[in-house]
Design a protein around this ligand. Sequence first.
Ligand code: AKG
Ligand code: FE2
Length: 221
Amino acid sequence: MSTLFDPAPGAPREIAPGAVHLPGWLDLARQRELVQACRGFGRGPVPYRAAALPGGHEMSVQTLCLGWHWQPYRYTRTADDVNGARVPELPGWLADWGRQAVADAYGDPAAAAGYRPDTALINFYSPEARMGMHQDKDEHAADPVVSLSVGDDCLFRFGNTETRTRPYTDLRLRSGDLFVFGGPARFAYHGVPKIHPGTANPECGLAGSRLNLTLRVTGMS
Ligand SMILES: O=C(O)CCC(=O)C(=O)O
Ligand SMILES: [Fe+2]
């Protein structure tokens, strides 16, 4: 049963063709489950780290990868910019969540059945952390990206495939929200200009930060 503190999921909203926001897709129990799992992944073999950009600046988010290790701007099996260890496999339950997410976002269970994510990027945002406008384009496949958020709300900016500037849509991603972008939106620029500190329901299992996990298909073997 949903309560004031665990509201029923909101109606899906199409932000752009192929980009769908499903508010409250994860209930509080699942949010806690995800937080716990992500804490566990951080115990190794590869820890969370701020990835270094080619210019030398470090990203403000702390990132850990499953399945394939991402560093700006490529995927490898081993975390060569961290400790050289091989990253763990993507757990089957996360791939299952991904298939369900695609089914719910597009209302097309048959298409979703073929969704086989093979990597997850997990980002922890402190209150000051941000992510500049970028495309997720290091994958060699055009399957949708599935994004799950837990913890503090953020301002999420979803733009277009041509430029990192307008036109874009600003929306608030809250704890438990799902955002899926595929089809014509798959290579749209997007970013996180702001975290809203202290907005999380403590029952989500995360206080003082925001967790975002994206599932992707790398198209690599
Ligand atoms: O934190 C988010 O909501 C977006 C994360 C993202 O764009 C990425 O990891 O590539
Ligand atoms: Fe991204």
